[in-house]
Design a protein around this ligand. Structure first.
Ligand code: LMR
Length: 394
């Protein structure tokens, strides 16, 4: 049986992680996988996370199963963090999932179960695993124009033109904030135009929100998701705590499904529970409990929000430093977009060959689509990167 297996294509982000690890050059710079690193190159455990973990060690009395959807207190805390009061709670079904990827996977399976004819529209480009999971599940999918590689901003006209081809019942996957991989985001006026199109054509939004707090701030980064959910009848949301709580390996995510009417929520919730049961039974608990402990304790929450804000500001500072260094070295403003983009990533908009040149000649690792993780830089490596970019003719 096992000898019949065929080799699977490598995930390009994870393959890059392995290549970086094996590179013996001491000057190598990792701008690949989306993990925050501080100025010392360390991915720290956040202070509030450590404190919540200590509290759990002392106070937790049982590791018995909780429920198929996880602890309702976790869902409540996350719904309030992301949606505030944009949607009445009785319209929302929610289930804890293994990370944001787990939430994406459950959302896609729910779509397939309820409407096998639905096509899922993803931005071009999007996080590669979106397309990979859609294909794995045999769900029809297609792209809408999103990134303008000339301006390195959003090709908004192209996006609207493509989405106007979608059919009623199709699902449009949108990044709530901090678009991955490009770093280019819609403004709220553009979001409103997208909402009008969704409503006019009967399209269902699915929002992937994995970087709340990494762009313009915790509230600001949730504004688009709140606007969408308060303006459409139905919405699916895949949320991740990996980045904003720094609990990557704990696999802490939430899948939310918002029904038009509250009397549909119990059945929807039952479907979410069923999906969890079929795929992995009970979701991981530790990360979710840490997040709940933080969000429901005023002091821990304030400390977490302040550390997250420092993280956000350090990434913004690196963006500005890189943009101005590039301006100085290239004598042009063509890299100004780096300071405009938000979140962990920016897409340089260059060719895979030049990305490979950066890796081979300078030991600088970024994803072949020219996505770079801003948080992989520090004040010392920014000039090294800027120099390599200009020297290699990007
Ligand atoms: C990324 O985009 O680098 C992260 O979300 C990590 C991953 O799982 O790909």
């Amino acid at each position: 049986m096992l000898s019949n297996l065929k080799a699977q294509p490598a995930d390009k982000i994870l393959a890059l992680m392995a290549m970086y690890r094996e590179d013996p050059r001491p000057t190598k710079i990792d701008l690949g996988v989306g993990v925050y690193k501080n100025a010392q190159g360390v991915t720290p455990v956040m202070r509030a996370v450590k404190a919540a973990e200590r509290r759990l060690v002392e106070e937790q009395t049982s590791k018995a199963y909780v429920g198929l959807a996880g602890d309702p207190a976790y869902s409540d805390a996350m719904i309030s963090l992301i949606l505030s009061d944009a949607v009445s709670r009785d319209r929302i079904a929610a289930a804890a999932t293994p990370g944001g990827t787990g939430a994406v996977r459950q959302a896609f399976e729910l779509i397939r179960n309820t409407n096998p004819n639905a096509k899922v529209w993803v931005s071009n480009p999007t996080w590669p695993n979106h397309v990979s999971i859609l294909n794995y599940l045999n769900i029809q999918n297609t792209t809408y124009r999103y990134f303008d590689s000339e301006t390195r901003g959003v090709d908004f006209d192209g996006m609207l033109e493509d989405l106007s081809e979608a059919s009623a019942g199709d699902v449009v996957l949108l990044h709530g904030c901090c678009h991955n991989p490009t770093g280019a985001n819609l403004n709220l006026t553009q979001w409103q135009t997208v909402i009008d199109l969704l409503n006019e054509k009967g399209l269902i939004p699915m929002i992937d929100i994995a970087y709340q707090g990494f762009g313009d701030g915790l509230e600001e980064d949730a504004a688009a998701t709140r606007l969408v959910t308060s303006s459409v009848p139905e919405c699916l949301i895949a949320a991740s705590c990996s980045k904003n709580f720094g609990v990557y390996r704990e696999r802490t995510g939430l899948f939310m499904a918002i029904s038009e009417k509250a009397d549909n929520t119990a059945v929807t919730q039952g479907n979410l529970n069923h999906l969890n049961r079929q795929n992995f039974s009970f979701p991981p608990d530790h990360g979710a409990r840490v997040v709940t402990t933080i969000l429901t304790d005023d002091a821990l929450r304030a400390d977490w929000a302040s550390e997250l804000e420092d993280t956000r500001l350090s990434m913004l500072g690196l963006r500005e430093q890189l943009a101005s260094e590039l301006q100085r070295l290239s004598g042009s403003d063509r890299f100004g977009f780096l300071a405009q983009h938000r979140g962990m990533f920016s897409q340089l908009g260059t060719t895979p060959d030049l990305v490979e040149k950066l890796r081979a000649d300078y030991g600088i690792y970024m994803v072949s689509d020219s996505r770079l993780n801003i948080a992989g830089l520090n004040a010392t490596t920014v000039p090294i990167l800027a120099n390599a970019i200009v020297e290699s003719g990007i």
